[in-house]
Design a protein. Sequence first.
Length: 255
Amino acid sequence: MTKGIRPLVAGNWKMHGTAASLGELRQIANGFLHGLDADTEALICVPATLVSRAREVVARSPVRLGGQDCHARASGAHTGDISAEMLKDAGASHVIVGHSERRTDHAESDADVCAKAEAAWLAGLVAIVCVGETQAEREGGRTLDVLSRQIAGSVPAGAEAANTIIAYEPVWAIGTGLTPTVADVAEAHAHIRAELGRKAGAKHAASMRILYGGSVKPANAAELMAIDNVDGALVGGASLKAADFLAIAEAYREI
Ligand SMILES: O=C(CO)COP(=O)(O)O
C-alpha cells in the first residue's frame, strides 16, 4: 500500500467469457454494491465483445469496466482491431496496454505500447501499462534493468495518476501459481516508482497506482497488498470466479 492511494483490485478475464459469464460479473457487482468495500476500487477487463453488455450488469455498482488492448490509431483500415474510442463508447473507462501476452503473441514493442497508451488517453481512457521481467531476465539479474527500460519506453510523457496505472507482472508468475518473494515485490515496486519519478516527476509518481499481477489468489492477496508501493492487484484466473475475486478484494480491506 501507499499512504493516500486508494487501492484498485482489477480483473483481467483475458480470452475467457461469453454472455454466460455475465452471471459472475453480476455477483461481483452485487458484492461491491452491498458495501463490500468503499475504500477499494474494482475494475473488470472483460473481452471486448462483452463490454457493452457488461455495462448494463455493473450499471448501479461501483465496478468499472476495461478493455484488454486497443489499437494505437484512432481509426482506419485495421481489420479486426479495436480502437480506444470504441472501448470507451461501449462502456470502458480503462484499457490494459502492453500485457506480456500481447508483447509475446503480437510482438508488441515498448514503442507500440507507448503509442497505445497515448491512444487510450486521447479517447479518455485510463491506460494500465504492464511491465515485468521473464524468468530468464530474473535469473540473469536483469529485472530492474528490464523494468527501467519498459517504464522509459512504454509510459508516455504526461503520465499521471488520472490517466495511467502501472501493473508489475513478472511473466514467470502469470498463471503459474508462483509469486515473487515479498522482498522482490517491494524492490520491483520501489524501483518502478523511482523510474516513474524520472519520467513524470516526483509529485506525479508519488500518486500513481502500481498494481501487482501474477498468481494473485485469495490466499496471498493480503500479504501482497501489505507490501509498500503495492496499490492493488491485476488478477487473471482468480477474477473469473466472483467468489475468488470478492475474497481478494475483501482480503485487501483487512490490511
Ligand atoms: O496476467 C495476469 C493479469 O493480467 C495474471 O494472471 P494470473 O492471475 O492468472 O496469474
